[in-house]
Write a protein that binds this ligand. Structure first.
Ligand SMILES: O=C(O)[C@H](O)COP(=O)(O)O
Length: 237
């Protein structure tokens, strides 16, 4: 069985401040760094031979991968960074405090923006402080101004199929360090989770989700490595 480890980055500065983050490049907090190292310690104990890694182009995911690999003594792994694994773009909500936004627009509206499958938040205004169109890492990329979980899946999936799946089919144990919603999209695909229930899946920061895949990439087992910080798991397909 091939092993796939999905790691949501450790706590970021904006997770701590409870701000909508999306594509904004918030870095890890000291606690986030500790969570990333702990992920690496847990992964080092797994009976696996990780030989490939993928991250987004966002600092918190990249550094989570580095810190985990350092603990695993595997900094030599080839790592591919790609924006297709970025967090879901939070549009015009980027930078706002989640609790203040709920107080202003109501809990129900904020829940729709955060957890509906196909309703995106309002778009980011052109010229906003959080506009990343001049960021060199996105040169030549038609960056979105908002995304739902559905449109996130629409860009994660081709990348998975073209870049990640072939290695897994060939038997390469693989790590992905990414984000709450890009990983949620991937789990939806792998476990055939229906649109209505995927939004209930919460992946904790810095707790690797270890999935064993058969040669058709069908999951045959799934568990969080840190059982004490585990959340509910999707049913096996
Ligand atoms: O982008 C963010 O703010 C978080 O990474 C994920 O946020 P969510 O829990 O609102 O999906």
């Amino acid at each position: 069985m091939t092993k796939l480890a999905l790691i949501r980055h450790g706590q970021s500065a904006w997770n701590l401040e409870n701000r909508f983050t999306g594509w904004w490049d918030a870095d890890l907090t000291a606690q986030g760094e500790a969570e990333a190292r702990h992920s690496g310690k847990l992964l080092a104990e797994v009976d696996a031979d990780f030989r490939a890694g993928f991250t987004s182009v966002q600092t918190r995911a990249i550094r989570t991968m580095w810190l985990a690999l350092t603990e695993m003594k595997r900094v030599w792994l080839p790592i591919e960074k790609d924006w297709h694994l970025n967090e879901r773009h939070y549009g015009g909500l980027t930078g706002l405090n989640k609790a203040e936004t709920a107080a202003k627009h109501g809990e129900d509206q904020v829940h729709v923006w955060r957890r509906s499958y196909d309703i995106p938040p309002p778009p980011l205004e052109v010229g906003s402080t959080f506009d990343l169109s001049t960021d060199p890492r996105y040169r030549g990329i038609d960056i979105p101004n908002t995304e739902s979980l559905k449109t996130t899946l629409d860009r994660v999936l081709p990348y998975w199929q073209q870049k990640i799946a072939p290695g897994l089919i060939a038997g390469t144990d693989t790590m992905i360090a990414a984000h709450g919603n890009s990983l949620r999209a991937l789990v939806k695909h792998l476990f055939n989770v229906p649109d209505e229930t995927i939004t209930g899946l919460e992946i904790p920061t810095g707790n690797p989700l270890l999935i064993e895949l058969d040669p058709n990439l069908k999951p045959v087992s799934v568990r969080y490595l840190d059982a004490e910080r585990a959340h509910s798991l999707p049913d096996l397909p």
